[in-house]
Unconditional design. Sequence first.
Length: 429
Amino acid sequence: MHVLVASSGSTVLENALLDAGHQVSLLVPTGQVDARRVDTPRATTVLGIDRWHDPASLAQVLATIPDGVFDRVATTDEQAVVTCARVREHLGLPGIGVEAALAHTDKHVAKTVLEEAGVPVARHRVVRHGRQVAAVAEEFGWPVVVKPCRAAGTVNTTVVRSRTDLDELLADGFFDATVDDPTGRFGAGEFTVSLHQAKGFMVEEFVAPTEEWFCDVYLHDGEVLAAFPGRYSAPLLSTLGGHHHISLVPPSHPDAAKVIKVASDACRALGSGTGVVHCEVMRTERGWVFGEGGHRPGGGGVTALYARQHGVDVPTVLAQLALGQRPDIPVDPDAGVLSHLWLHPPKGVVTHVASAEQLYDLAGVVEVDINLRVGEPVPTGFGTMSLAGRIAFASATLETASLDAARLAHALGLRVTSRTAGQIEGCVR
């Protein structure tokens, strides 16, 4: 088959398809075309698009694609999900259409669909200016959550606790702030624009989660093939600016079935079809509440955890789903608890950090991937997406994972100064 793969970052899907002997062409942001032609010489062609969600940009791409060239259109990039759906509909190819794609990328559309289907979600309204937040908060009750309709990594997302808090955010320019993109992945999308630049943003009731869970659900024609649930060390909004960990749990965990059910019900309501959907599910005083679902694998090393925990060949599975095939996905009922400690150091220059060798010597550590060097600045991330690195570790139970994470953070011995790199003396790299 000849597959058009849309991507602005990960090359996992395209390489898996190429390795399986399929023909692959790429659709990437215009600024990446030359680099991707060099990086992926096996690609048949590399097409560029100026903006993922701009109709004129898409029309230019479609004008260059003759009928009958591609058999499938696929992506694991949330920015490109709607674009791929529009290409499919234009070319008459199988896969999720625009309606379902919007339900997996636009939080307003998703919550409207889910609410109508009876899936528990937070109430919300769409507004166009920060001054309109107070009226919604008076309706729902303070606090409320402000977030973009389309975004990633909790960027431009905050809890507004009172009218005074709102006034301070307005005065500080929060609603007019654009988002820096040190990854270089989001320039052609909508994730970096300010709330006021968007065509509307969400004001959501604050459901006060006591726990926040995630679940990657693998589906074929709407049938759930496998689901991999896990829990964040704390609700994501409370982890911003500090280390946190995510833990994948075995199917035998008492809460696993509940999380999987909520996520699976949401996938059916959203029309997820074939692919993998990364879901967020929250435990609250009123019960389990669905947060959101993206038609893509989980980020933050989630796929690496269940690849190791269950022996899933994730690239091969993604390639099979992209081709419309029904993969055989292993699920080990006796798998243990496996976690990633994500490092979110403060801004500054690293003055001390343990070596990978020292960390591998610690009990439970199975993988170390750290991008911190003495004398160099801490890498800047994107929202909850950290570029500083992570440590994978095994734990006896979900409860002891928090203790293990604290032990590893202490052993890391990370120290950061606000001084510039040129002011560091006597550092050994």
